[in-house]
Design a protein around this ligand. Structure first.
Ligand code: SIN
Length: 270
């Protein structure tokens, strides 16, 4: 099906598309909202350029996908703002670390992880750097052999938020293979940051399987690398992607704001 109310330019065969012909500072028509939702499901992460948005715009656009939620952990790298739904992601010469340097899906430690996250960067390093990479967990699942798919189906993994955010963060058990609630497609749902172990096998077996899956999940064949410019936006479907922020720009400034859309249900077994 073609898009008639927005433009959609795919950026790689498996994941990522740039959306055009929209001004996110203005209300989107019903038809634009519907096509944007379709593009989000089809491409898993969508990007926008040259959008000088404020908090209200970011909240309005993300809210077309569901109610917005709050971070589950005590995230000391990103900061709160005067709006509890918006977090500030700011890095400069004083930064000693950044958020999201390993491939991960956001807060998979939550009983119901976020549906998606929208990051707006108003300022990025002048000579490039600070790209974000996204990997398609649909493509990663599809590329597994039938025997491996069969083996992983029915396994569960523990996702431990304390590994990333410290005490008081949730710990949850999710299927290793999940099914996207809207598309029905299967994905691999483990990630380096939050997954501590697979529950039904020994710790040594779990380590070996997870090591294989982590490397497989982020193979270049099913990634897209987004090169930010000032006033760009990335909006990713957290249920079928992983992402990684590249910190190659110190001491330059990269600065923006993020909101997250609440998930609708615990990840479904695939
Ligand atoms: C994150 O994963 O927390 C942030 C992603 C980014 O800064 O590109």
């Amino acid at each position: 099906m073609e898009y008639q109310h927005i433009t959609v330019t795919p950026l790689s065969p498996h994941i990522g598309a740039e959306i055009g012909a929209v001004d996110l500072t203005q209300p989107l028509s019903d038809a634009q909202q519907a096509e944007l939702r379709r593009a989000f499901l089809e491409y898993q992460v969508v990007f926008f350029r040259e959008q000088k948005i404020g908090f209200d715009d970011q909240i309005r656009v993300a809210s077309h996908f569901g109610p917005l939620g709050r971070h589950v952990g005590v995230n000391t790298i990103s900061k709160t703002t005067d709006n509890p739904l918006v977090r500030k992601f700011h890095y400069d010469e004083t930064s000693t670390r950044i958020s999201g340097e390993n491939f991960h899906s956001d807060q998979s430690c939550a009983a119901i992880p976020p549906l998606g996250s929208m990051l707006y960067n108003h300022t990025v390093p002048p000579k490039g750097g600070g790209d974000t990479m996204f990997a398609s967990m649909y493509a990663a699942y599809d590329a597994l052999s039938p025997k491996m798919k069969e083996y992983l189906s029915g396994l569960t993994a523990t996702h431990d938020g304390t590994r990333v955010f410290g005490p008081g963060t949730p710990v949850s058990v999710h299927p290793v293979i999940t099914r996207h609630p809207d598309t029905g497609r299967r994905v691999i749902f483990v990630n380096t940051d939050f997954t501590s172990h697979i529950n039904e096998v020994s710790r040594a077996e779990s380590r070996a399987i997870l090591e294989y899956l982590y490397a497989h999940c982020v193979r270049a064949e099913w990634t897209v690398r987004f090169r930010w410019r000032d006033h760009s936006i990335a909006f990713w479907d957290n249920r079928c992607t992983q992402h990684k922020a590249i910190w190659d720009y110190w001491p330059n400034v990269r600065s923006g704001y993020r909101v997250q859309v609440e998930g609708t249900a615990a990840p479904l077994a695939g």
